[in-house]
Unconditional design. Structure first.
Lengths: 327, 420, 288
């Protein structure tokens, strides 16, 4: 009996599902057809391309080379010998200090790990401040969003000049006792911080606006209850505001992480990966392999490393969010 | 919603407004070039050819010079049918050849019994596997520009065509003046490129930048660092951070000497004539040389044209290439202040007689180098070697690593690449 | 006691501590504003200088003489008007198509159950992670074979169907209670009716958000137009800007003048829509 009704339910749901699916597809179609043709197919092609050698021309002229491209970017032979001779960690250190992929991975991850929290903290702080009834709040909001609107070429040229040896930023820092007297982009350590600074400067206003809007949704009763319990301002912030902002932080951090992993413009204009390889990032590496060395297959293989990395981080984030939602 | 619909309607109207009108008459030769609208010799070549070949029109497709290789890679991969592509550097050309985009010019040259004597052997840099994949029409060599007024002010003698690098360094130190910090006079100027800094090592005809051994570069790096430390030239770090362009730097009138490609002559003449630059009296000298290297030896590079295999009028395209690279085209190129790849007495005369060119004998004599080595030879690996050298170059020049370390890295990384 | 503290704040006289706090707050805000705007000020100042003055030392914040002619030069030296027109066509068309189709597709992802939903959505998200530089060339070859090259249409179709729009709108729609849809279904409204009558009116804010981001993104895009648009009549502002950086000379004063000019339309769009915009991000961000 139960068997039959279960089957019937399944059947009915199937029919409903089919009807729903049909309707859903009509909703999807206008966007999906364009998306598939102009984005999805090329992306899939580039996945295929990472296993081939291609010099351009007809797509059919791609030559299958298996994992060769991956072996080359990871320098498996060289790293393997190093590991066999000097131990696992020596090999690892060789990979991250000598191999292009290792260096750009290291740089990209460092950049992301610093930029994401920094942007989040700055944008939350700005949002908290501008959420009070500050006079001119609307104007301030517009000001902080402004960097996001301007085009990258002009901005990066400006910042390079700001951060020069005798530029305004160094002069201010010197007034506070800093001993640093070099153009930021000409210093292996500071070049990375120059890029981080510009990135945070550019995106903090954008995420501030998101947080600002999210703050409007925090129920007032929660603060009142906290006040009754004798919580001070800071305790209110950590115990009420932050947990309430969690979904926003989740959304913002995913978008930020993907954006950071894909950084290109800022680096290309400000440092071009230099000095040496101090700011060489994954996408810059991809671009050079594709359009300076004309190694399209290799470039795609590097992109796949990036894709896997982003997907891993996203999946971890999603599962953490699920855990949070379920608890 | 209404607003959105209104926006959409406007969009559709605007879209229909930009319909294309492509009416073609006679033969049209399309040439893909960079800075097409602002480069003097391109305009001059077009006008001269159209005047002597009625019914033929030259049409340039303008590509930003910074992104030329990227854009052309995409165009060629996408089966573009433009007739002629300008060749900016040899590694990119080799890639086009390997992908099968370039037409072999050898049969055309044989059929026309084309005279290559005027190229003095430079055209072989564009030959691969017995095919002539391009022909050069410009051949620039590195030459020393100097500001006569600054030398006069300090009573230092002008640079000569037979200087050693030591003498050059002494002059740079003698002519500099940092007594007024708001307007320092620099003895010399190095643009951020690797070539302007250390490429002179290849002038002896023995060293190359693709051999995997770079200890010979140390001499030049050391000299630059000494000059920087003495304040005789701006530091690399600042030039690269500011994105300072060499043209404006020398044009500003506070730089006494600057090694640069010959192409800068045209820019200099134009900008002095229209009053953009402060510099007034300038001269040319041959690049200094190391001991044991013949005076007048330098390095240079080529600019050329190649024919697209998908061109639909190859004979017309060949006619233009033959004209452009041969003596007639060379005179037009020279007349616009550039150094053509084809040289003859007639061409040299045109070069030195253009308005605004320095009239002293030394500058005229500097036009005839005794030996020109190619900047970086075209091999399958040259673009990757260039990238490696460029990365280490920036690390050395910003003083993030010592010269020895940098050269060690260059050796190690390039040798690893060559071994693969 | 509690009654007193619950009193609205503005009626209470300001304590000295609070005055100091406020002052510090404003000081910090003003400092931050300067930090944010200083590059723009430099840009403006550079746009009124001569080329050789732009990078000269010591730095001059206010130009010796104001070269207003830079702003007229950019229109005559290159066909800037054509570039503006082209950029506007592309940006407006992309924004319209993107907003319309994204909200349509997002409705399916957010409110309808169908086979393959998660897989399709993952495909959308996955493409965001792949940098364009990696698939630029195969995409170009495909587009070219469809005859979509050196036409504004190429840029329009290329940017109109991005995954970002669908993701953003989906997040917003998820925040709209499903009960609303259920009630409408019981009332006999079709799914299309629900989208038109309930979802669209409720998502004005999200639409404004998407409009701004798409418009800014398209307006400032460089690599796409650089690769796909070839003839001068088809170029856009960002490509046009690079024409001032040439092999043998550069006109940074003109680049800055053109950049400042190109800021105007984007700023107008932002200011016009920012009220909705703040609200829109809130809702789409909340239900991540």
């Amino acid at each position: 009996m139960t068997q039959v009704s279960a089957d019937r339910r399944k059947f009915r749901m199937g029919r409903l599902e089919r009807k729903n699916t049909l309707i859903a597809y009509t909703f999807l179609a206008p966007n999906f057809i364009g998306f598939a043709v102009f984005t999805l197919i090329p992306v899939v092609l580039s996945i295929v391309m990472s296993f081939t050698e291609w010099k351009g021309g007809d797509l059919t002229s791609m030559q299958w080379v298996g994992l060769n491209n991956y072996a080359e970017i990871f320098k498996t032979a060289k790293v393997g010998t190093e590991m066999a001779n000097k131990g696992f960690f020596a090999g690892l250190s060789y990979f991250f200090n000598k191999v292009d992929l290792g260096i750009s991975l290291k740089n990209t991850i460092f950049y992301t790990v610093v930029t994401v929290p920094l942007t989040l903290v700055c944008s939350i702080a700005l949002a908290m401040v501008l959420n009070h009834a500050v006079k001119g709040a609307v104007a301030f909001r517009a000001v902080f969003f402004f960097p996001y609107v301007a085009s990258m070429v002009a901005i990066c040229v400006c910042w390079n000049f700001m951060l020069m040896k005798n530029g305004p930023v160094n002069q201010i820092l010197m007034a506070f006792g800093s001993k640093f007297n070099k153009s930021w982009t000409a210093d292996s350590t500071m070049a990375m911080w120059a890029i981080i600074l510009v990135s945070v400067w550019r995106s903090m206003g954008y995420y501030m606006v998101i947080y600002l809007a999210a703050l409007q949704g925090v129920p007032r009763e929660l603060y009142e209850a906290a006040t009754v319990d004798g919580a001070n301002k800071w305790q209110q912030f950590t115990h009420v505001t932050l947990p309430q902002l969690r979904p926003t932080t989740f959304f913002a951090s995913i978008m930020l992480i993907i954006g950071c992993f894909k950084i290109y413009d800022t680096v290309a204009i400000m440092t071009n990966g230099g000095p040496g390889r101090a700011t060489k990032m994954l996408v810059l590496y991809i671009y050079n392999e594709a359009f300076v060395n004309f190694n399209y297959g290799l470039a795609s293989a590097i992109a796949m490393v990036l894709l896997v990395l982003v997907l891993l981080v996203t999946i971890v984030q999603f599962s953490m969010e699920d855990k949070y939602a379920n608890s | 919603m209404k607003k959105l619909i209104a926006l959409a309607l406007t969009a559709c109207m605007l879209l229909s407004m930009c319909a294309f009108a492509a009416a073609e008459e006679g033969t049209v030769i399309t040439i893909v070039a960079w800075d097409a609208n602002t480069t003097g010799y391109l305009t001059a070549q077009k006008e001269a050819y159209e005047a002597s070949h009625p019914g033929v029109t030259i049409e340039y497709i303008d590509v930003s010079s910074q992104d030329y290789d990227t854009k052309v890679a995409a165009m060629l991969a996408g089966k573009d049918t433009s007739d002629i592509y300008m060749v900016k550097d040899i590694p990119a050309l080799l890639n086009w050849y390997e992908a099968g985009y370039t037409e072999d010019l050898t049969p055309y040259m044989q059929a026309a019994n084309y005279d290559v004597a005027g190229f003095v052997g430079m055209e072989t840099n564009y030959a691969q596997d017995g095919q002539q994949i391009a022909l050069p029409f410009r051949s620039d060599f590195e030459i020393l520009f100097y500001n006569k007024d600054l030398f006069d002010a300090k009573g230092v003698e002008y640079p000569t065509n037979d200087m050693s690098w030591e003498q050059y360094k002494e002059k740079a130190l003698a002519v500099m003046d940092d007594s007024d910090p708001s307007n320092p006079i620099y003895g010399t100027h190095y643009h951020t490129w690797l070539s302007t800094a250390v490429n002179y090592t290849v002038a002896d005809g023995v060293n190359t930048l693709v051999d995997g051994e770079y200890s010979d570069l140390a001499y030049f790096y050391q000299m630059i660092q000494d000059l920087e430390d003495a304040g005789a030239c701006m530091s690399y770090s600042e030039i690269s951070a500011a994105g300072l362009h060499y043209s404006g730097a020398f044009g500003n009138g506070n730089i006494a000497m600057m090694p640069m490609g010959y192409w800068y002559v045209a820019t200099l003449i134009t900008n002095i004539a229209n009053g953009t630059y402060n510099v007034k009296n300038w001269g040319l000298a041959a690049m200094p040389t190391k001991e044991g290297v013949a005076a007048g030896s330098t390095f240079g590079n080529l600019t050329g044209v190649c024919m697209n295999k998908l061109s639909d009028d190859k004979d017309a395209a060949w006619d233009y290439i033959a004209w452009l690279c041969g003596e007639e085209g060379a005179k037009v190129t020279a007349g616009a202040g550039n150094r053509p790849a084809w040289v003859s007495e007639g061409v040299a005369e045109v070069m030195s007689s253009i308005e605004g060119f320095p009239t002293d004998e030394g500058s005229k004599a500097a036009l005839l180098p005794t030996f020109v080595a190619i900047e970086i030879p075209g091999t399958a690996l040259s673009s990757r070697i260039s990238s490696i050298l460029g990365e280490e170059h920036s690390a050395i020049m910003t003083r993030e690593i010592s010269i020895e370390e940098g050269i060690e890295n260059m050796n190690e990384r390039v040798q690893e690449l060559l071994a693969e | 006691m509690t009654a007193i503290s619950a009193k609205p704040r503005q009626h209470a006289p300001m304590k000295p501590g609070r005055v100091i706090g406020r002052t510090i707050l404003y000081l910090v805000l003003i400092l931050l504003t300067v930090f944010t705007l200083i590059p723009f000020f430099w840009m403006l100042s550079a746009s009124l200088k001569l080329d050789r003055e732009v990078f000269s030392f010591p730095m001059r914040w206010i130009p010796e003489t104001f070269h207003w002619e830079n702003y007229s030069l950019i229109w005559t030296k290159v066909p800037m008007l054509t570039y503006f027109k082209n950029t506007a066509i592309i940006a407006i068309a992309v924004t319209f198509i993107q907003t319309l189709t994204s909200s349509f597709a997002a409705y399916a992802f957010a409110k309808l159950n169908f086979r393959g939903r998660n897989f399709l959505f993952l495909a959308y998200i996955g493409t965001i992670a792949v940098p364009w530089q990696a698939y630029m060339l195969p995409q170009f070859v495909l587009m070219r074979s469809m005859g979509l090259y050196d036409r504004l249409l190429a840029m329009i179709v290329l940017q109109s169907f991005s995954a970002f729009g669908v993701f953003l709108m989906r997040q917003f729609y998820q925040g709209i209670p499903t009960d609303l849809c259920e009630a409408a279904r019981i009332d006999g409204l079709s799914e299309y009716g629900i989208w038109l009558r309930i979802m669209l009116p409720l998502s004005k804010a999200a639409i404004a958000t998407l409009v701004i981001f798409t418009f800014i993104g398209t307006w400032n895009d460089y690599m796409g137009p650089m690769i796909y648009l070839t003839r001068d009549v088809n170029k856009t502002i960002q490509v046009g800007l690079r024409r001032f950086i040439q092999e043998n000379s550069s006109d940074y004063h003109l680049i800055m003048a053109a950049s400042v000019t190109s800021l105007v339309p984007v700023t107008i769009v932002f200011l016009a829509l920012q009220r909705y915009f703040i609200e829109g991000i809130a809702t789409s961000g909340l239900k991540g």
